[in-house]
Design a protein around this ligand. Sequence first.
Ligand SMILES: Cc1ncc(COP(=O)(O)O)c(C=O)c1O
Length: 379
Amino acid sequence: MDTVETDAAEMMGMPYVSIGSEEHNATGLLFVGDPERPLSGYLAGKERGGRYVQALEEKWQEAFSVKHAIACNSATSGLMAAAFAAGLRPGHRFLCPAMTMSATAAAPMMTGATPIFGDVSRDYYALRPEWATSDVKAVFLTHLFGIAFDESWWAGWCRQNNIPLIVDAAQSPFAKEARSDRYAGTIGDIGVFSLNVHKHFHCGEGGVCVTDSDDLAAKLRAFINHAEHVAENIGLNLRMPEVCAAIAYTQLRKAKMLVAQRVDQALSILEAIGEVPGIRAARPYRDSQPVHYIIPFQIEEGRGGFCRRLRAACVPAVEGYEHPLYRFPAFGRFGKPGDCPVAEDLHDNRLFYLENCAWTFSKTEIQSIGDAFKRAAEA
Ligand SMILES: Cc1ncc(COP(=O)(O)O)c(C=O)c1O
C-alpha cells in the first residue's frame, strides 16, 4: 500500500527563463526612430505588420526554410486562420487527434466545421494513419510533446486525397522529421507555431503560421487582418503587436541554442534515469529529432503510487495529459467513451511527464531525479 504524502515539499528545479537583457533592449529600441507608430505597423488596408513583425517573419522564413511566415497573436489564432484559409465551412468535418491541446480542435470549430477525433499512436502520441479518411475536408496533425511524427506520410496522403494538412507544431519548434529531414510543421500545407510563455522560446503570447503556398499565405494574411477588401472571409485582427514581435525576433535569433539547451537537459535526465523496470521513456519517431517540450513516460501499472513517490522526492511529475478531448463539455457531442481507447488508456493509466520547458534543473538535481525514479520503482 502506498502511504507517501503528495506535494509534501517544494519541487526541484528553477523556473525556465529564456528572456534576458537582449529582449528588454529590443523593446526599448522600438521607441527609437519611429515615434509616430512604434507599437503597430498596421495602417488600414495594409497587411504587413511593423518593422519588428516584418523582421520576425523574414527571419522565421529563413530559419525554417519556408516561403511564407505570418505572425499572429497566438497559435490558437493561427490555427483558426489556417482553418479559414483551408476553406472549412459549416457542415464540413475535420480530423484531429483526441489527445492534443484543446485549441487544435477548438480553433477550426470556429468555422462551423465539426471534429472527428482520431486515436493516437501509443508510442508517439500523434494521430495514427489508420484514422485517415477522405470523409473530411481537412486534417489537423499535432506533433505532441516535441516529438516529430510522420508529417510526410500525412502530407502525401492528404495530397493524394486533395485534403489540406494543417500541422500544429506549437510544442515542436525545430524538431526534425525523419523522412524528409525538414522541420516539423513545414511539410504540410500550413504549420502553426506558438510563442506563448511556456514554450522553448516565446514573447509572452504569440504565434506564427508557415506555408509554401502563395495562395494560402494571402488567405492567412487576410484573415489575420480584416480582409474586407480582399477575401470572402472577413478577418478578425489577430495581428502580433510590435512589442511582442521585438521580443519574438530577439528570441528567434537565439532559438536554436535555446532549443538545444532544452534537448540537452532532457537527454541528461533520461540518462540519469536509465533503465527502470516497468517504466518506458518516449522514443524519437524513427530517426527524427525531438525537442522534448515535455518528457513523457509510460508505466505498466501503479502510476498514482509511483508519481506520488516521485513528488515526495521533489520530482515534479504530472500524471496524464489532457483528457481525450471528447470528454470535455465543449467537445462532448463529437465523441463518446471508448472512441479512442489508446488516448483514454494513456491519460487514465499510463502516461506521466516532466515539464522540460517549465524547469531548469542543476546537475545535482538531475542526478536526484534519476535516483528518485530508481527508488520509486523499488518501493
Ligand atoms: C499543441 C498545442 N496547440 C496549440 C496551443 C495553443 O497555443 P497558444 O497558447 O499560443 O494559443 C498550445 C499551447 O500550449 C499547444 O500546446
